[in-house]
Design a protein around this ligand. Structure first.
Ligand SMILES: C[S@@+](CC[C@H](N)C(=O)[O-])C[C@H]1O[C@@H](n2cnc3c(N)ncnc32)[C@H](O)[C@@H]1O
Length: 283
């Protein structure tokens, strides 16, 4: 079904919310890839907030696979905005750590099936370490949304974060995959190397399943964080200070987390402690 056809015009806030809701709740699961439903909902909410706050700019992803997350970024575009999609696609011999398996035909098939206009996407079929920020910027202009989910080695992660830093608007969002995943420790190593560069202005402000969110402007980071804390109160696990920034931690929609965040339990912390003793029954 065409997602674009579900909304009469692509520029109003209501239509944007409807398109993203259709993708997140129905179509996303039909595209193979890696995107937890909680994170899809968080990204859609942040994209709608950007529209509401009149933040305009391009979108893009490094590491497409079949487009599961890219399509969410794409359907968040408003009139006049463009996206880039970068993946080694058929050159899988360049996939140094075998993270994912990009397939351009499957990706474009999903884009067309959902009513997306391929003319609004600039495709870069190449290793991300061989592209410059200037080349990508020429395709989209400065970005408000960018996902880094390509090669999961230390070198590639650092490179891709540097590209994001150079392309992102101060109030834009960078979404990094697998920073806290034990399967991909080099992502953490590459991120720490990147964060230690004094020229870097990106700071984390939130975490949701397998995704970490960064923004350059501290005022917008706080605004995004407050919005998520209010709209996803049932998923909040806590907060942490990371690289000198306050980070909101959102978990999965498990029964345990829902009980922890129930208003009756929040009003009575001792109740959660007592319920926790029974947790093997609700896991
Ligand atoms: C984990 S998958 C991406 C998942 C995708 N974002 C999703 O929403 O399902 C990683 C992708 O990065 C691509 N890739 C791996 N190394 C790369 C590199 N050095 N440059 C560009 N793409 C790369 C792979 O082909 C694969 O499609």
């Amino acid at each position: 079904m065409s997602i674009i056809a579900t909304a009469a015009g692509p520029s109003s806030l209501e239509n944007l919310e409807r398109r993203l809701a259709v993708y997140v709740t129905r179509e996303c699961r039909r595209v193979a890839g890696w995107l937890a439903p909680e994170s899809a909902a968080v990204i859609a909410r942040l994209a709608v907030a950007q529209a509401d706050w009149k933040i305009a700019g391009g979108a893009g992803e490094i590491g497409i696979h079949h487009g599961k997350l890219f399509l969410l970024l794409f359907f968040a575009l408003r009139a006049g905005e463009r996206a880039f999609a970068l993946d080694i696609f058929e050159d899988q011999q360049l996939n140094r750590d075998a993270s994912g398996d990009g397939d351009r035909a499957v990706f474009l098939g999903h884009l067309r099936r959902l009513g997306g206009d391929p003319e609004r996407v600039s495709i870069f079929a190449q290793d991300s370490t061989s592209v410059t920020a200037a080349t990508l910027l020429a395709a989209t202009g400065p970005l408000r949304l960018m996902s880094v989910d390509g090669g999961h080695t230390q070198e590639v992660t650092r490179n891709d974060l540097q590209l994001g830093e150079a392309m992102l608007l101060p109030e834009g969002l960078l979404i990094l995959d697998d920073l806290y995943q034990e399967r991909w420790p080099a992502v953490a190593a590459g991120t720490f190397a990147f964060m230690s560069d004094p020229a870097n202005r990106l700071r984390p402000f939130a975490i949701s399943p397998n995704k970490t969110y960064f923004c350059k402007d501290p005022g917008h980071a706080a605004r995004y964080r407050d919005l998520l804390a209010a709209d996803f109160a049932d998923l909040v696990l806590g907060r942490a200070s990371v690289f000198g920034s306050e980070v909101l931690i959102l978990g999965r929609r498990t029964l345990s987390n829902r009980i922890r965040n129930h208003r009756l339990v929040r009003a009575n912390p001792d109740l959660y402690r007592r319920l926790s003793r029974l947790r093997h029954f609700w896991r």
